[in-house]
Write a protein that binds this ligand. Structure first.
Ligand SMILES: [Zn+2]
Length: 507
């Protein structure tokens, strides 16, 4: 055993993340996770200085001379149900890793997403924490961070000493969330605070497009979270908005409060937040007013508004999780949109063909729709190659700062009035890098299409005149009435609540 750091404390670190769309046919495999998996010291090398929970753990622990002993982290993105062997492999690695360090460490920090589902597990992340507990026991503190879109219930409270969720969507506060968890861990070890946690579910499923914390109603909930955090005796408060397209029993929002040894206060906070959310359930699920547009009408509105606007109009195609759906591209071409940027269409075959053709050449392709499920089908395009090469750069946006971004072989075509960027790796437009890093400027376009859900707002709210949200079919439509849920408990608005007669959204 090595010499102890000055503070004397050592913490084990692990991470496991996926946002699972259980309705999407097929499986997310070990290979999909391996692209973003690190073991041992590499965990710290990759995360240091990045906007991530582990980046936050490092920030606090290096400052406080607390030594971090990383086991492994793995993340698989936001796709189909996770294969069982992915869970077995990484949780197996965690069991082995924690078994090696269990006598050395004083606590454990875990960075989880909270909306993972595997073939046989509806809450694999809570199961993973339970398995880590089996190794390290229940005496030492274990703090867990979750994405704002986590589907969690009370089961996590039996395993975790305290729970911390992102408080922003766009997720510009991932590092801050790690900092909150690590600070509470160190204060707990020093005996300065005695964390007591309450978790309560208001019984609401929020499509992610309504979880943007920069605008009402999600903003009102997060404002109340911060208001509670300013009260004496309160350690930390989170509102987890859940992930709507995972058909699992803990589906939906949950409110979490951590207080200093005061269970009554923790309960009071989560009761209050649940009541606030319940009062806003119609706005949180898109049933209050026409907040969303259909495809034809939304594109027409964007073109009309773009003619008069001084800044770009952003079309938000929020339902596309595979970054390859073509409903809006087809309609933009049909309606003759001009000066329109369509960045980040996922289609590796087409990207290669554009690279093979080279800049200045004209190519004819059938693009997009690589998923085969709610993807809109391929669109025939003919355009001149404006750019072709490897799409690699270092992120400059608030979420991707200092991260290496690799879109793989990438091509940009001018198809009539549409600037179309085709890439080979899954990613969506969360900042202006995919335009700027390729020699163009967002302000040169009248219309920009984003397939992000809320993250794009960190950059595009300021940059655009207006955001028009289109509920195109895609894998994750806001209209949950088109999907068939079987695992969700009774009494969850608007899926299984008995008196919720209106299951479909009226656009
Ligand atoms: Zn999220």
């Amino acid at each position: 055993m090595g010499g102890k750091a000055m503070s004397g404390y050592k913490l084990g670190v692990a991470g496991f993340s996926h946002e699972t769309i259980t309705f999407w046919p097929g499986l997310t495999t070990l290979k999909d996770f391996e692209r973003n998996a690190y073991h041992g010291e590499r965990v710290l090398e990759k995360a240091r200085g990045t906007n991530s929970c582990i980046g936050g753990f490092i920030e606090v622990c290096e400052r406080e001379n607390v030594e971090l002993l990383p086991v492994c982290v793995a993340s698989g993105g936001a796709t189909e149900t996770v294969a069982d062997d992915v869970y077995d492999f990484y949780v197996g690695a965690m069991r082995l890793g924690f078994d090696e360090i269990k006598d050395e460490i004083d606590g454990v920090l875990m960075s989880l997403h909270g909306a993972m589902a595997t073939e046989s597990r509806q809450d694999p992340e809570t199961d993973a924490v339970r398995e880590v507990r089996e190794i390290i026991g229940y005496d030492m503190p274990l703090m867990v961070t979750f994405d704002l879109h986590a589907n969690k219930d009370e089961a996590i409270l039996r395993e975790a000493t305290a729970v911390f969720g992102f408080q922003s969507s766009p997720h510009v506060d991932m590092m801050d969330t790690g900092i909150r968890a690590a600070n509470t861990m160190i204060r707990t070890l020093r005996g300065e605070v005695n964390p007591v946690v309450a978790l309560k579910k208001p019984g609401i499923v929020v499509p992610s497009v309504f979880s943007a914390t920069t605008v009402s109603p999600a903003k009102d909930i997060i404002d109340r979270v911060h208001w509670w955090e300013g009260k004496p005796g309160v350690v930390d408060v989170s509102a987890l908005f859940g992930f709507a397209w995972s058909d699992v029993s803990p589906l939906g929002m949950s409110m979490v409060a951590v207080t200093d040894g005061d269970p009554q206060l923790a309960q009071e906070i989560v009761d209050d937040l649940c009541e606030l959310a319940w009062g806003k359930r119609k706005e949180l699920t898109g049933r209050s007013k026409a907040a969303l547009h259909g495809v034809d009408e939304g594109v027409r509105l964007a073109i009309e508004k773009a003619g008069k606007a001084s800044k770009p109009i952003v079309i938000l195609d929020h339902a596309d999780r595979s970054n390859d759906t073509t409903y809006i591209l087809r309609e933009l071409l049909n309606q003759g949109a001009r000066k329109t940027a369509f960045p980040m269409l996922y289609d590796p075959d087409s990207a290669l063909k554009i690279m093979e053709a080279g800049v200045g050449e004209t190519v004819e392709l059938e693009v997009g729709a690589t998923t085969g499920w709610r993807d809109g089908g391929k669109v025939k395009v003919k355009g001149k190659v404006l750019w072709a090469g490897e799409g690699k750069y270092t992120g400059t946006g608030p979420m991707s700062i200092n991260q290496e971004v690799d879109l793989g072989p990438t091509g940009i075509l001018q198809v009539d009035g549409v600037w179309l960027q085709v890439m080979s790796r899954q990613s969506s437009l969360i900042d202006d890098d995919p335009i700027k890093q390729f020699g163009y400027r967002p302000e040169d376009f009248d219309i920009i299409v984003s397939k992000s859900k809320t993250h794009f707002r960190a950059v595009y709210e300021g940059l655009s005149e207006e955001i028009i949200i289109i509920d195109a079919p895609g894998q994750c439509p806001a209209d949950l009435g088109v999907l068939k849920y079987v695992n969700v408990k009774e009494g969850v608005y608007p899926i299984t609540l008995k008196d919720c007669s209106e299951t479909r959204i009226n656009y």
